[in-house]
Design a binder for this molecule. Structure first.
Ligand code: GLY
Length: 348
């Protein structure tokens, strides 16, 4: 068992990395009270049942799988379930699922009676190494991702690498993409480790490496005033590609990273992405059948528009994270023309 503390004063908590940890949730979380378990239809039911088995008084909400579930309707459904079952401020919510489940369950926990305890058991590699830690909770609203939400830290997080055995390969690669992102932007030594060995072969070490970076960043900048924005390496253009294509989040981050780094860094990141099963160009994604045929100029234009309309744009200027040297990042302000040419470059 490995314990990674996240030191945030009165909001501190531990991340427990433990094979089979889901079946021991009661050892790490206080489940001797009413527990609302939130999961989704894509998560094997044995995982939420493993948590239920450790509770004396639990109810479970199963949301439909997918981003569309991050809605105010489902937020209402979760709150309603707590109300109907007489949850008090002393009770708690446990998320068992990927990023969507964790984000909406955490948001409901942060609002119900002005905040009940929240625990997270992420079941995808992507949510294990990123969204389960750091307290960002949200729902999507009016077509805008994560626009309504809170910063609300969990009381504990369990990372059980055994649950990844049921994760499909494409989803696994998406998590690998975020691990590569953290290493490339923040930690040269960690990058060298994942450069020489497959993430799957050293899974817990790779997860722990990413989480140590995430914990440090969140400790320094919980509310994303500065440093935490660097976690968006690959995301600026990645989000634009995500909104205009069928690619998954981590796949878009992979392509997004490649146009935000120096040629030297690109030379090192690209083979690692490939080894982890990620497409490094849109053409490759098309030939694999995970993206539709595209017209380069048209897609460049729509992705550019999507990036420029991102809620983080200010007066037509986007602050992007650039990596010129492995383990170091810098922020750079880019205008529409610069964004467009970076996009055109990766849309080959
Ligand atoms: N996923 C980026 C962050 O937590 O800030």
């Amino acid at each position: 068992m490995m314990r990674i503390p996240v030191d945030l004063g009165k909001d501190s908590y531990d991340i427990i990395i433990e094979k089979g940890g889901i079946s021991k949730a009661g050892e790490f979380f206080d489940l001797k009270r009413k527990v609302l378990i939130v999961t989704d239809s894509g998560v094997p039911s044995e995982y939420s049942k493993a948590v239920e088995a450790q509770c004396s008084d639990s109810v479970t909400v199963i949301l439909p799988e997918g981003e569309a579930s991050k809605s105010l309707n489902n937020f209402e459904k979760i709150c309603h379930m707590m109300l109907k079952n007489n949850f008090s401020r002393e009770d708690c919510v446990v998320a068992v699922g990927g990023g969507v489940t964790g984000d909406i369950a955490g948001f409901a926990a942060s609002c119900y009676m002005r905040g009940v305890d929240f625990y997270n058991i992420p079941t995808t590699l992507l949510s294990q190494v990123d969204s389960s830690v750091g307290g960002k909770t949200a729902v999507d609203f009016c077509g805008i991702k994560n626009i309504v939400g809170t910063f609300y830290q969990p009381k504990g997080v369990i990372i059980d690498s055994e649950v990844l055995e049921t994760l499909d390969e494409r989803q696994f690669s998406c998590g690998a993409s975020e691990i590569i992102k953290m290493a490339a932007a923040f930690d040269r030594e960690f990058f060298e480790i994942i450069e020489t060995s497959c993430i799957q072969d050293n899974l817990e070490k790779a997860i722990a490496g990413a989480l140590k970076i995430k914990a440090k960043v969140v400790e320094e900048d919980e509310k994303e005033k500065g440093l935490r924005k660097a976690l968006n390496f690959g995301h600026t253009i990645g989000h634009g590609i995500e909104s205009e294509t069928t690619l998954l989040h981590g796949e878009c981050v992979a392509v997004g990273m490649l146009c935000m780094c120096s040629p030297e860094v690109r030379k090192r990141i690209e083979p690692v992405l490939k080894r982890e099963g990620l497409a490094t160009t849109m053409a490759e994604a098309v030939s694999r059948g995970i993206a539709e045929e595209f017209d380069r100029e048209k897609l460049t234009d729509v992705v550019t528009e999507a990036v420029m309309h991102d809620k983080k744009a200010e007066d037509g200027i986007i602050t992007a994270v650039k990596v010129d040297e492995i383990g170091r990042f810098r922020f750079e302000k880019l205008d529409k023309k610069q964004i467009s040419s970076a996009i055109r470059e990766v849309l080959q």
